[in-house]
Design a protein around this ligand. Sequence first.
Ligand code: F6P
Length: 322
Amino acid sequence: LKKIGVYTSGGDAPGMNPAIRAAVRTALSQKVEVVGILNGYVGMIENRMITLQMRDMANIIQRGGTILKTGRSAEFMKPEYRATAANNLKAQGIDGLICIGGDGSFRGAQLLGAEHKIPIIGIPGTIDNDVYGTDDTIGFDTAVNTALQAIDKIRDTADSHDRIFIVEVMGRNSGWIASHVGLAGGAEEILTAENIISVDKIVENLKNSRARGKTSSIIITAEGQKPGRAYDLSDAIRKKSGLDAKVCILGHQQRGGTPSAHDRILASRLANAAVEALLAGRNNTMIGVQADKLVEIPLDLVTSKEKPGDKTLIHLARLLSI
Ligand code: F6P
């Protein structure tokens, strides 16, 4: 390979910049040129690409977001737009791609690779940690810590006022952020798509904990949790019991901020291995991490399987918040 393209796609995640840095510097050290594709598939279709040099990577290791910007492209799901993107890549002389993103981004990569014979390696980058085949994704650790800082602050005011708080965290349909911040933040209840608790049960638990002498409570709810979002839950609790549960939706702050040491190290390891794999002739695969070892998982598997949540953390949180 002579020239590779690197792009970030889908929701940004803290640690994407250290991943770009590691990919670019690994490739350039092997005399392979690197093009940065801006705004993910949007820039690929619109031919927005820049040449990346060693020094362009200076001072980005600690920055949140992504210097390449990102995007979500509905157009890329149509073959004619993928053909335009492939022509743009060929015109630039790009003969391999590194995709940093989540499973939606990998689905796009697979289609592009299969239709236009461009080798692609994926690196899991999403705060949601919902990518099959890897224990961990770039940005998850930072997002959990960001949410936790907010929850610790909410605990202060919850305790001072003897209040119940419902804190809604991100994660799309997955409950990874919720289960981790729930355990680490001492939550009494953690609601996820996989851990549905009825309003009756929540009210019963809240009343029992008050009877045991608890004066404040934190309920963590994942945004994709059914049947409802935080405000609906608060209304339902009030209607059933008269208890007042304050709502705090943490939102997009969970996606920003300086990447943690953990995410910088993960990003550097994954991106270095991804470029090495691409240069060694591998294709249509993702570099992930399992039991702290780097692994290669075919993209077909990554995009066709759901990663189950970790209910053991939820059970432990419940046991320990007694
Ligand atoms: O995938 C990351 C994520 O932050 C999800 O947790 C959330 O559901 C979604 O992106 C929000 O996306 P957007 O910023 O495009 O609304």
